[in-house]
Design a protein around this ligand. Structure first.
Ligand code: ATP
Length: 337
């Protein structure tokens, strides 16, 4: 990590100008920021290291390790880590549409199932990728899903509680937020790591289609009882297929919970593209998808500018794109190394 000093307020040593706050968590504040030279907009997660105990510091380094490891179009990219004496700055791909919790709160009765399906499929796609890498998120909740409106995607963030697991081996650390936590975590038992993420997926799907969490009582002890008894009510407007999928994930016994394969092949999730993100597979720092129209207009301008004839221009554009790709990939390899 680079040993860079923090300058006056609102700047990271002349590298990024910090702007408005995008969100806050228990351990961090996330700010909009602009690269001083390129003007590139990013999200910067600012963590005050002086407020962290040993356990939280462990989570922080776990987050950095896991976010460097996972590279998926539905997972927020970690571009760079800037470490100073008192603060750690995670330079992240910027979400332009707020987080899923705020979005759900604007839809009292939940989203249409069509829309819920679109977003849920992408979250499942990202988690399926993480589990294949033996990384569990363990703090899946709508606050940790960020909208990328221009790309038409949602992406997972906040790997602060994530961990590497060995298949078959149990984990013990308790983490996450009460309303989203699986029963076995609350009991403090050893638990099967991937099954915990499946429970949280159940909570997220419930929230998407109902507009509120499945377990949210007047106080924590009542909420806890409802989670332990796995008691929740799905409103009547939710389709039977969707209810069934929620029920397959919100199972008290982790062994009886649906596997990711079962979720992916469930009737309710059919007919939706689980990876519209593959169109955006190149994680450019400033990825901008050119429409056919924009592409043609660039060619037109090059032709008018007498730079080259049409065929040659197409070749030139292809060469420029390849060069940009190579530049971007080497930049990213440098940034996360
Ligand atoms: P927690 O208390 O859940 O551990 P945290 O302190 O780790 O949270 P994050 O969850 O990473 O912080 O971020 C807090 C909020 O900042 C998110 O809920 C979201 O609203 C916003 N946010 C996070 N990352 C981004 C991003 N890459 N782009 C835009 N907004 C973001």
């Amino acid at each position: 990590m680079a040993g860079i000093k923090r300058g006056d307020d609102g700047k990271i040593a002349g590298l990024y100008d910090l702007d408005k706050t995008l969100g806050r968590g228990h351990f961090a504040v996330v700010k909009l920021a602009r690269h001083v030279f390129t003007g590139e907009k990013v999200a910067v997660k600012v963590i005050d290291k002086t407020k962290l105990d040993t356990v939280a510091t462990g989570h922080l380094f776990q987050e950095v390790r896991c976010m460097k490891l996972v590279q998926h179009p539905n997972i927020v990219r970690l571009y760079e880590v800037i470490d100073t004496q008192t603060k750690l700055y995670l330079i992240l791909e910027l979400g332009d549409g707020g987080d899923m919790f705020d979005y759900i709160m604007k839809h009292e009765e939940g989203l249409t199932e069509e829309l819920a399906k679109k977003y849920f499929a992408q979250i499942v796609h990202a988690i399926s990728y993480c589990h294949r890498l033996h990384v569990v998120h363990r703090d899946l909740k709508p606050e940790n899903v960020v909208f990328f409106e221009k790309q038409g995607l949602v992406k997972l963030t906040d790997f602060g509680f994530s961990n590497k697991f060995q298949p078959g081996k149990k984990l013990t650390t308790s983490c996450g937020s009460l309303a989203y936590s699986a029963p076995e975590i609350l009991l403090g038992d050893e638990y099967d790591a991937p099954a915990v993420d499946i429970w949280s997926l159940g909570v997220i799907l419930f929230m998407l289609v109902c507009g509120q969490p499945p377990f949210q009582e007047a106080n924590d002890s009542e909420t806890l009882t409802m989670i332990m008894d796995c008691k929740y009510t799905v409103p009547a407007h939710v389709s039977n297929a969707c209810k069934d999928l929620i029920n397959r994930m919100l199972q008290r016994d982790p062994k009886r919970r649906a596997s990711l394969e079962e979720i992916e092949s469930h009737a309710w999730l059919q007919g939706v593209d689980p990876s519209p993100a593959t169109k955006f597979n190149t994680p450019l720092v400033s990825h901008k998808n050119l429409s056919e129209e924009e592409h043609n207009s660039i060619i037109q301008r090059m032709v008018l500018g007498d730079i080259a004839d049409r065929e040659l221009n197409n070749d030139i554009i292809n060469i420029i794109i390849i060069l940009l790709l190579l530049l971007s990939l080497s930049y990213q390899a440098y940034a996360v190394s």
